[in-house]
Every structure is written in structure tokens, then in C-alpha cells.
Design a protein around this ligand. Structure first.
Ligand code: NAP
Length: 465
């Protein structure tokens, strides 16, 4: 879509400093906007820091592009500021020309089966956050004293979880994995991870490369179980999917595996109950068949039960509502038209925008957010140009520049973290990591991050034990 640079430099507040937030900031700064980026945690980069697996450092290198963005003139970072607690959406909308929400998908979908809330049943959101040092999940302590773990879902997140659980801890040690997670994985008794895919190989959401990554793990066998053939799908699959199906079908059956440690993908099976006294001990599953018309999984009534002491639900993420912003409960996203937030069917909220997973749902790779952010930024620029040229009211007029917000935060005693503060934290983590032969030693609580910035790193050291 054609768009230009507004004559007057616009002030934009972005909420959420993950990939979508940074890609949008970069595009806006190139058009000479002033961008204030607000983040709930003291550390920026969202999913790149807290979602991408620690043994996928190449993907984490996306953070280098974000550092470049942060050095552009007109950029400010307000870490440790929670919109809805420290500032309201209404206050941001008054202080800025435009407000862009890029808060991602911080929650997980539910299975809705008995036993889902037993101890030993965790979501991928929690487990991934835990091994990545996310402050919200510092105290998760997943029970790894079990021989078998079940991961529900057949997406890339499920494979990430299986790989991290089965990779030898010595290979994780040099990464930026959280120290508390590494200590727990070093004592792990897990020998088998069973991935439950509710449909067949042709519908598996994971990428072949991710499966091959698991196959490459030292001393770990990968096998399959369940129904591997689908309803005459071969002519409807694209090349990559057909290649993946062929590959899956070429894998050993679970009973043929010989290694002591193994990952088994069980196709066409769904959990129907998690069973145990106070903690998950067994998983009851049902064999599925696919409805010929819709391809949807439906239970056959063929039930079986097996032992497992930890169940990880990796069936997709969903967004969390932000006070004062419309939210679609069904999709877990903010209703929008190419990034413009909608109050009703066709009713736009002037000056309010969204990008990333909270805009379109939790799909796609890190880079997908660049395209998504660009679509929204194009709309934002188009609206600002229109408002400045014709005086139409698609963009709410800002009462002041965003600098009023800094005063407001100071008056409220909020302890916000600037980008320079973050760079200091980054340096502290890297230096501490280097002493231990790691890429970085992540500080995993907000209190410890603030203490490290205040020159009290001993608090963090004490917490690490
Ligand atoms: P996803 O790709 O949407 O996969 C979710 C999986 O859960 C699907 O297999 C889905 O099966 C299954 N599922 C959903 N509801 C279920 C239910 N009630 N019972 C059983 N299974 C259920 O989501 P994700 O794995 O969370 O990944 C999110 C996005 O991040 C994806 O786009 C992914 O590619 C990306 N990602 C990429 C990487 C990487 O590149 N290394 C790593 C992590 C994540 P159905 O297909 O039958 O619905």
C-alpha cells in the first residue's frame, strides 16, 4: 500500500518489546517518528529472549537487529512498565498520536479434560518460560523425576520442548539456558518423551527441520506410533509437506527403537484424562480417526492408558486482554482491520493499532512479524498523512508529546528501565556467563535485575545458590 512520511514527526507508543514491537519501531523510526517502547519486564526482546529455545542461538541472533533499532534517533525504551498497572491505555492515547499494541500471546490454550490442573501438568508457556529464565516462571520446578513425559500437540513448540528435555545437559550448558533449569535437567530421570499428535503426519504442524534436529541428538532414538496413513492426501500436499510425510513414514516404529533415550510421536491420539492422586501419574488417550470431509479428528472410543509423571500442553498460545482494549475471546486476539483496532464490526478506534501475535494469532516464525508489523505501520503512516493533510479524525490528536509520560511515571514512583540500563544488564549477564563458559547467565527475577542495575549484584548471586 502506498504511504508517505507525515510532515510533522508523529509520537508513537508501542506496548510490548518482542519482535513485532521492534520491527514496527524500526519501520516507524525510518519515517522519522518518535517511538516510546513500553515493556512489562526490565529486559526487552520478548519471544526472542523468552520463547526461542536456548539451543537455537541462531534464531536468537535476531536481537542484534533490535539493538540497531534501539540506537536510531527518536527511540526510547521504558522497561518494567506495565500498561494497565503503571499507565492506562487512555493515558497513552492522550499522550501520543498513535498507540500500537504488540503484546504477543502470553497465555496458553486449554485442553478441557479431567486432571488438566493436577500437579505435573504444565503448559508450554510455563515450561519454555522456565528454561528461558522468564521471571513469571522462575519457580515452576517441573517434576523431572519421571521416566516418561507426554507432550500434547504436534507443533514446533512441542518439538522444542521434547528436544530441550532430551538434549544432554552438557550441550545446553554453554547456551543461555536459565541456571535453575539446567540444574534441574542435570538431575532429570526422563528417558522417553511421547508427543501426542491428534491428527496424522500430513497434518503435523511441525517443520521437518525441527524433527531432524531431534534425530540428531546424541544417544536419542526417534520413532513413531499410531496411524501413519491419511485419507488420499498425497496429491493435495505441497512439496514440503509431502517430503515431511514421507520422512515420518520412513522412521522406525516405536517398538523397534533400541536406544535407552527416545522420542516417540504418536499420531492420531488425544489425551482424554490425566490421572493421579494429587499429581499426574498416568495419561488416558483415545485413538482418533479423521473425518473424511473436514479432516477433523474424532475419537473412536479405543482407549488406552500409560504412565507419565509430567504432561506438557503445547497446543498453541493465545493473547491476554489489555484493560481498555477490545478483545476477541474466541481467537485470543485484538479485533482489527489490517492492524487498525476495531471496536465493533466496522468501527475503528482512532489512533489505536496492533501487530504481531496479538493481531493475527500465534502463528509464524520470528520474521513473519516483520511483514505483519509493516502492514500495520503502513496503515499508521497512511492515517497520519491523511490526518495532517485533510484534518480527518482517523488519528486521535495528541495533547502533548510522549515526554509527559516520563513525568507521570516518575510522579508515580515507577522504577522504569531505560535502554542504556538494559545494555548494562546485558553486559552483566554476558560477563557472568563468560565466567561460567556460557553465552550469558540470565537474571531470572525482576527484583534481581533491578538490584543488579542498582549495583547490588550480590542479591542475584545469593539467589543463584
Ligand atoms: P501450532 O503450530 O499451532 O501447533 C499446535 C499443535 O497443537 C497442532 O499440532 C495442533 O493440532 C495441536 N492442538 C491444538 N489443539 C489441540 C487439542 N485440543 N488437542 C490436541 N492437540 C491440539 O503452535 P505452536 O507449536 O505453539 O507454535 C506457534 C508458532 O510458533 C508456530 O507458527 C510455530 O511454527 C512457531 N514456532 C517456530 C519455531 C521454530 O521455527 N523453531 C519454534 C517454536 C514455534 P491441529 O493441527 O490438529 O490443530
Amino acid at each position: 500500500m502506498a504511504h508517505g512520511t507525515p510532515h510533522r514527526r508523529i509520537n508513537v507508543a508501542i506496548i510490548g518489546s518482542g519482535p513485532a514491537g521492534f520491527y514496527a519501531a524500526d519501520a516507524l523510526l525510518k519515517h522519522h517518528a518518535f517511538v516510546d517502547l513500553f515493556e512489562r519486564l526490565p529486559a526487552p526482546h520478548g519471544l526472542v529472549r523468552y520463547g526461542v529455545a536456548p539451543d537455537h542461538q541462531k534464531i536468537k541472533s535476531a536481537a542484534r537487529a533490535f539493538e540497531k533499532t534501539a540506537r536510531r534517533p527518536g527511540f526510547r525504551f521504558f522497561g518494567n512498565v506495565q500498561v494497565g498497572r503503571d499507565l492506562s491505555i487512555a493515558e497513552l492515547r492522550r499522550a501520543y498520536d498513535q498507540v500500537l499494541i504488540t503484546t504477543g500471546s502470553a497465555a496458553d490454550k486449554r485442553l478441557g479434560i479431567p486432571g488438566e490442573d493436577l500437579a505435573g501438568s504444565v503448559s508450554a508457556t510455563e515450561l519454555v518460560g522456565w528454561y528461558n529464565g522468564h521471571p513469571d516462571f522462575r519457580h515452576l520446578s517441573p517434576p523431572l523425576d519421571t521416566k516418561r513425559v507426554v507432550v500434547v500437540g504436534a507443533g514446533n513448540v512441542a518439538l522444542d520442548v521434547a528436544r530441550v528435555l532430551m538434549r544432554h545437559p552438557s550441550e545446553l550448558e554453554p547456551t543461555d539456558i536459565a541456571e535453575h533449569a539446567l540444574a534441574c535437567l542435570e538431575k532429570s530421570a526422563v528417558e522417553e518423551v511421547v508427543i501426542l499428535a491428534r491428527r496424522g503426519p500430513a497434518q503435523a504442524a511441525f517443520d521437518l527441520a525441527e524433527l531432524q534436529d531431534i534425530e540428531g541428538l546424541l544417544g536419542v532414538d526417534v520413532g513413531v506410533e499410531g496411524e501413519l496413513s491419511g485419507p488420499s492426501e498425497s496429491h493435495t500436499l505441497d512439496r514440503a509437506a509431502a517430503q515431511k510425510v514421507d520422512y515420518i513414514r520412513s522412521l522406525s516404529r516405536a517398538h523397534q527403537l533400541t536406544a535407552h533415550r527416545r522420542v516417540i510421536i504418536r499420531f492420531c491420539a488425544s489425551p482424554v484424562a490425566l490421572v493421579g492422586r494429587g499429581r499426574v501419574a498416568r495419561v488416558r488417550i483415545e485413538r482418533n480417526e479423521l473425518a473424511p470431509e473436514s479432516g477433523r479428528p474424532r475419537g473412536t472410543g479405543d482407549l488406552s492408558t500409560f504412565d507419565a509423571g509430567l504432561v506438557v500442553r503445547a497446543i498453541g498460545y493465545r493473547g491476554v486482554p489489555l484493560p481498555g482494549v477490545p478483545f476477541d475471546e474466541a481467537t485470543g486476539t485484538i479485533p482489527n482491520d489490517r492492524g487498525r483496532v476495531l471496536a465493533g464490526r466496522d468501527e475503528l478506534i482512532p489512533g489505536l493499532y496492533t501487530a504481531g501475535w496479538i493481531k493475527r494469532g500465534a502463528t509464524g516464525l520470528i520474521g513473519t512479524n516483520k511483514v505483519c508489523a509493516k502492514e500495520t505501520v503502513d496503515a499508521m503512516l497512511e492515517d497520519s498523512v491523511a490526518v495532517q493533510a485533510e484534518g480527518i479524525s482517523r488519528v486521535a490528536p495528541a495533547e502533548s508529546s510522549g515526554c509527559g509520560v516520563e513525568d507521570l511515571l516518575l510522579a508515580r514512583g515507577a522504577r522504569f528501565v531505560t535502554y542504556d540500563d538494559w545494555l548494562r544488564l546485558d553486559e552483566i549477564e554476558r560477563t557472568s556467563g563468560a565466567c561460567r563458559g556460557k553465552i550469558r547467565n540470565k537474571i531470572a527475577t525482576v527484583e534481581d535485575m533491578l538490584a543488579a542495575l542498582d549495583g547490588r549484584p550480590e542479591r542475584w548471586a545469593a539467589n543463584q545458590g
